[in-house]
Design a protein around this ligand. Sequence first.
Ligand SMILES: [Zn+2]
Length: 369
Amino acid sequence: MSLMLLGLDYELFFGQRTGSVEHCMLHPTEALVAALETANTRHSPKITLFVDACYLLRLKQLEHQHPELQLRRSAIQRQLNQLSLKGHSIQLHIHPHWLDSDYQDGSWITDTSRYRLHDLDAREKASLIIESKQLLEECSEANVFAYRAGGWCLQPFDQIADALSDAGIWMDSTVYSGGLCEDPLRWFDFRGAPDKSHWTFDTDPLKEDEQGRFVELPISQQQVSPLFFWRMAWLKKFGNADVIKPFGDGASMVAHSAYYLERLTRHSAGPASIDGIKGDLLEDAWQQHCSDNPAGYFNVMGHPKALTQRSITRLVEFLERHQDVELVGFEELEHLKPEQLNTPEMPQLVLNQLEEQPKVHQPLKRAFG
Ligand SMILES: [Zn+2]
């Protein structure tokens, strides 16, 4: 039996066309779950949503001026609650630029000048993480303990480690082997990550530290040949539009031109993903996983907004073909929690005192629970 995880970043787009909650989040997630529920598999497959909690917080901040934002937040929270009741997992993803983005005349004016969590000051970081986790736990039956950095901007991790740890986050699933982005705004560099299926770390996710406060569960790797990107470009132009059209109705931020040129000319390593046409490479990613790390977790990512009818079909076909692969939620990984974080139960007296503290201290109590 092999364990597979599917962590989907549940979010809008961040360029000038953010797309709608309906088409980027609600509808594709519903379509995916419905397909998994009718799949002919031995186990009941579970997904994990890495929910962009900063977007939810921003909706909450602005909804007294714009009642339609309250409707959107309720619809999202309702979906998360229902999924959690069915055993799917809700975990933390943060795109902090929402804090600076405004809503006018029915659309978002996005400001991505603070794109990275690191761009916030220490107090803002700490309260954003605590409030985000608290909000997600209101929509979940289970603990929120895992994080995926918005846009893979995880480093330098020492600048966000304490804020995450204080909020009770102990797992990260952002790193993928060979990952590199040289765009100055969105840079990350995962070259040199340990060649393992998971490891403990403290202030540097690329450096194993047995005494560390965090566990890294890297996303599995997918090698993509230039031929694939050419084929993707061809399919976009001439293919059956309905099958390869993503559910999402927004547009991505434009990357620098070297990004596109590199992909059309060189072999590149990417995260194993079921987004769009990459769903076609799921079997290849699995084969590579089996030769690199057969005993480890097969950890695949994606985005509801980038799913297509075809990529959902590819996932279902994959699970039906590999009955020995069980798709589980991140909750199944709670036993990986570093032992040193399992503090003895707090005495009732301390718990009572915490209960009387102002609201901001509440999550600290949960972190010990
Ligand atoms: Zn994201």
